[in-house]
Write a protein that binds this ligand. Sequence first.
Ligand SMILES: Nc1nc2c(ncn2[C@@H]2O[C@H](COP(=O)(O)OP(=O)(O)OP(=O)(O)O)[C@@H](O)[C@H]2O)c(=O)[nH]1
Ligand SMILES: [Mg+2]
Ligand SMILES: [Zn+2]
Length: 307
Amino acid sequence: MDGRVVARHGHHQVEVEDGAGRRVPCRLHGRKLLVVCGDGVRWGYDAADPAQGIVYELTPRRATLARLASSGQSEPVVANLTQLVAVVAPLPVPDWFVIDRYLAGAAWCGIRAVIALNKAELGVPGAIASELAVYTAVGYRIVATSARAAPGIGALAAELGANISVLVGQSGTGKSSLLNALVPEARAVTQEISVASEEGRHTTTTAVLHRLATGGDLIDSPGVRDYSPPLPAIRDVGSGFVEIARAAAGCRFQDCLHAREPACTVRAAVEAGTIHGRRFESYRRLVELAREFAARFPERRGRDRVR
Ligand SMILES: Nc1nc2c(ncn2[C@@H]2O[C@H](COP(=O)(O)OP(=O)(O)OP(=O)(O)O)[C@@H](O)[C@H]2O)c(=O)[nH]1
Ligand SMILES: [Mg+2]
Ligand SMILES: [Zn+2]
């Protein structure tokens, strides 16, 4: 039968949803099979134990959110997405570099990205409002949400629509709380952020997919401390930053890295303030990372292209 993986538990156990929406625990046939939440699979019931299934093969993946592992390899996290929702909150204090990397990763795998500002009922500190204005200016959609009070989750539900969306971001921003507000039967575990560190406690440990009443799907994922997507070739890093890609059209050299080249319209825009300095710094750090990985793992050059 055809099915879809809605959760992975460890390396050899997954949960598969059948055509009727039933969720069946399954083991993987063969050790080489690497499946993640969202994967389409071929599976069947286990003759020896009809309460269990066996996954035999993976169907080809469409847009996959992956992470760059320290081994230099690209590790799939969630497969077959159409949208990424980066969740930030007044607390924990946002790490905008992490947000930029998710947005770039979404761009490289060809999916839409939006930013959700959760815990909005607490009020939005000026520093966060001005960062968010930078994203609005370059064209990202921002939705204010609250899992507890007004403004609620109406705007987020509208943004999710029929998409297959994943909630990503730092631990403690309220991803699982938003999921519970949208899909009460999900009953995802949530936990107060630590008083001492003002950071989340990494409560969610595995990505799980839930069906939305709107016809879309929502995947809750574990919060991160840091994240990097698999990186394209160095000269393509700028394509993950809308405003940099746009301004780069005017650079004298087609493969301009916007570092020290003459007649660079990107650097001119940074100096003029039309490209935000922190976004440019985000870009610069990713170029450095791409350079470092290309040097450390020359055999992988060009292989981990996300598209
Ligand atoms: N004030 C307020 N608190 C919220 C809101 N949403 C979530 N919280 C609280 O924030 C804390 C963290 O929420 P979680 O939903 O566990 O956060 P998470 O992003 O899933 O965290 P990880 O699973 O660790 O990544 C909990 O104490 C929630 O009750 C909100 O809209 N407003
Ligand atoms: Mg969670
Ligand atoms: Zn340039």
